[in-house]
Design a protein around this ligand. Structure first.
Ligand code: SAH
Length: 356
């Protein structure tokens, strides 16, 4: 018999579940606290439950295994990267970034990705599978336990497309911000999408307060299509309308992300088109000089050109930041650690550094 993943039950569901196995609902509350506040990884730790109940839990449920396969600590900045091995052997990566205002964790939402963005390492091997809500949560839990410090911000910007794993992603947001769990404010959570229009609209209607980031990357439909296959499905106009809808429904300013690629989307016409798109929107624009990926031949513009690009947009009244580079010595770009690990185990490349 397959055991159920107990960490993916919401607070109410777990109480209901306990009733169904003949226990009092409040046992569900106790277990929820063990799993989502005390971050227990084993039923034997749940010392306020009877031995009989613990055995019953053991028989019917599991806390799916999530092993730290590699832990890299940057020497350049306070950034750490984690590679987790899941119960079925899939690998996912997460990043801890320490800032003055608190600790931020970047998590993966899928093992692999099927979106195919041309400059991204995460998508090279395609999609393996969706992550369960528990697997999204536990990247944060594990990092909080290992670092011994509270996580205050979460960004869903690791491997995968959260809106391609909609139900699990939505449940994850509810559970992460639930007062009975880690209780991270929704305003401190950002999720990034490549622009799956129907699910952006659905998300707008969920009554959430999370920040939505759109991976724009192209200043026109044509340019976007060159970098992002998803643009063949949803055109730029529809995507921008979905962003406007998100703002209208939630009052949350959308962030536009733009991976700046040398000689591809860093041209004068891009400044012009971007200005048109951004000027009349209440939004934030985040430039990410592209992180070159071994398997792709896109180049990063030099710092001077990226700054010039930023300045020109600012002159046109756009609110721009350049994403500070973090962890460049530890495979900072999305999917690079996971990718390198896969290649290393196929005997294809250099060894992985493992610091744990
Ligand atoms: N699927 C989501 C989350 C992806 S990762 C999305 O598409 O938004 C978060 C951001 O990093 C995305 O904007 C993604 O396009 C960008 N990104 C991926 N690989 C990159 C690279 N090599 N250099 C710069 N940005 C990259």
């Amino acid at each position: 018999m397959n055991k159920k993943d107990i960490v993916s039950f919401s607070y109410n569901e777990l109480q209901q579940e306990m009733k169904e196995i003949g226990e009092k609902a409040f046992r569900g509350k106790q277990i929820y606290e063990w799993l989502h506040v005390k971050l227990a990884e084993d039923f034997s730790q749940m010392t306020n439950l009877s031995k009989g109940l613990r055995e019953k839990l053991e028989a019917f449920y599991e806390i799916p295994q999530m092993h730290v396969e590699a832990h890299q600590i940057s020497k350049k900045d306070p950034t750490e990267k984690f590679l987790f091995r899941l119960w079925d052997g899939n690998m996912i990566e997460s990043v801890l970034m320490k800032y003055d205002y608190g600790n931020s964790v970047c998590i993966s939402s899928q093992a692999g990705c099927r979106m195919g963005c041309r400059f991204c390492a995460s998508t090279i091997g395609g999609l393996q599978r969706n992550l369960a809500s528990s697997e999204m949560l536990r990247q944060i839990y594990q990092i909080q336990k290992i670092s011994g410090e509270r996580v205050s911000n979460v960004v869903v910007m690791g491997t995968g497309e959260p809106l391609d794993n909609y139900d699990n992603f939505l449940k994850f947001i509810h559970m992460l911000s639930d007062e009975h769990g880690l209780h991270i404010s929704q305003r401190s959570i950002t999720a990034s999408t490549c622009g799956i229009v129907p699910n952006m609209r659905r998300l707008a209607e969920e009554g959430l307060q999370i920040t939505l980031a759109l991976s724009l990357h192209g200043s026109s439909q044509e340019k976007r299509k060159k970098l992002m296959p998803v643009a063949n499905r949803y055109n730029l106009r529809e995507v921008l309308e979905a962003c406007d809808y998100y703002f209208e429904k939630t009052g949350r300013r959308v962030t536009f992300e733009y991976s700046l690629v040398k000689d591809v989307n860093d041209q004068p016409e891009d400044i012009k088109e971007l200005t048109e798109i951004l000027q009349r929107r209440n939004c934030h624009f985040n430039l990410i000089p592209v992180n070159p990926v071994r398997e792709r031949d896109y180049e990063r513009p030099d710092r001077k050109n990226a700054l010039e690009f930023k300045n020109k947009l600012e002159k046109n009244g756009i609110n721009v930041t350049i994403r500070r580079e973090r962890g460049s010595d530890i495979d900072g770009a999305c999917g690079q650690l996971r990718r390198r690990h896969a290649a290393a185990s196929e005997g294809e490349t250099d060894e992985i550094i493992c610091n744990d």
